[in-house]
Design a protein around this ligand. Structure first.
Ligand code: PEP
Ligand code: MN
Length: 285
């Protein structure tokens, strides 16, 4: 159907599994659950998140340090200081981390301090940035553009793949539509279509799709039922105090409960929510 070469399945069984760190991968039977705040705000905040979510368990932490904000007057992220916080928590709790790369100049330091690069929706068609992350070998999570078609999304992935990096994970995070009751519309039809078309793992972000915390857990379960390989969910020790995206942030305990609620849905579709590895339990104890 599309003329993409590298992103498309060659047969119906074709599915790529991407290793993110020792013991953590995405695309296999185990779901990858990524959680954390919209933005890294302090070491204390990230430590609280890491400690609380070890028991969930989540396999990976998120936290933006370079933030693409609609307003230039809004908090822009802690930058390099935030990246150091993320790396400290990653090492102390033995958990991989993902953070957004907004510019080519940020790639080198993010590659050194994080386990996965995130390309945000606003940069899905920043072709020079896609080419540049394509020249690294870090896993790249590519978020669907705010109004990108499935074809445009696949071609954006193709940019990264064709520059030499085979480790691309797609992320459906909702698309713009006419109704603003939800922040965006979670396109689970696209998840099903992408699972059929491509061999790349697909993570669903119900937080940015819904924009309201009370909608997140049910959308997360629906995403798993639709065949998502993983989830990325925003949560915060004090959700209402989040410096960004407060309205969609779950409390840490709600995040733990969400993960537990996924188990039966995952089992119904032949997937599994991994348990916490002993090394991580030791790091947290
Ligand atoms: C994010 O995940 O931090 C983010 C900014 O999301 P998006 O690019 O999907 O808006
Ligand atoms: Mn956010």
């Amino acid at each position: 159907m599309f003329s993409a070469k590298l992103a498309l399945k060659t047969n119906s069984e074709h599915q790529t599994t991407i290793k993110i760190s020792e013991g953590v991968s995405v695309g296999g039977k185990d779901l990858l659950i990524i959680a954390g705040p919209c933005a890294v705000e302090s070491l204390e905040q990230m430590e609280q998140v890491a400690r609380h979510l070890a028991a969930a368990p989540v396999q990976m932490l998120r936290g933006g340090v370079y933030k693409p904000r609609t307003s230039p007057y809004a908090f822009q992220g802690l930058g390099d200081a935030g990246l150091k916080i993320l790396d400290a928590v990653r090492q102390r709790y033995n958990i991989p981390v993902v953070t957004e790369v907004m510019a080519i100049a940020q790639i080198e330091s993010i590659v050194a301090h994080a386990d996965m690069l995130q390309i945000g929706s606003r940069n899905m068609q920043n072709f020079d940035l896609l080419k540049a992350v394509g020249k690294t070998n870090k896993p790249v999570m590519l978020k669907r553009g705010l109004a990108a078609t499935i074809e445009e999304f696949i071609f954006a992935a193709e940019y990264i793949l064709s520059h030499g990096n085979p480790n691309v994970i797609l992320c459906e995070r909702g698309i713009r539509s006419f109704d603003n009751y939800t922040r965006n519309v979670l396109d689970l039809g696209a998840v099903v279509a992408l699972k059929q078309l491509t061999h790349l793992p697909i993570v669903v972000d119900p937080s940015h799709a819904a924009g309201k915390r009370e909608l997140v857990a049910a959308l997360a379960r629906a995403a798993v039922a639709a065949g998502a390989d993983g989830l990325m969910i925003e949560c915060h020790p004090q959700p209402e105090k989040s410096v960004s995206d407060a309205r969609q942030a779950l409390a840490l305990q709600e995040m733990v409960e969400l993960v537990h609620s996924l188990r039966s849905v995952a089992a119904a579709v032949g997937r599994h929510v991994p348990i916490v590895e002993p090394q991580r339990q030791l790091a947290v104890a």
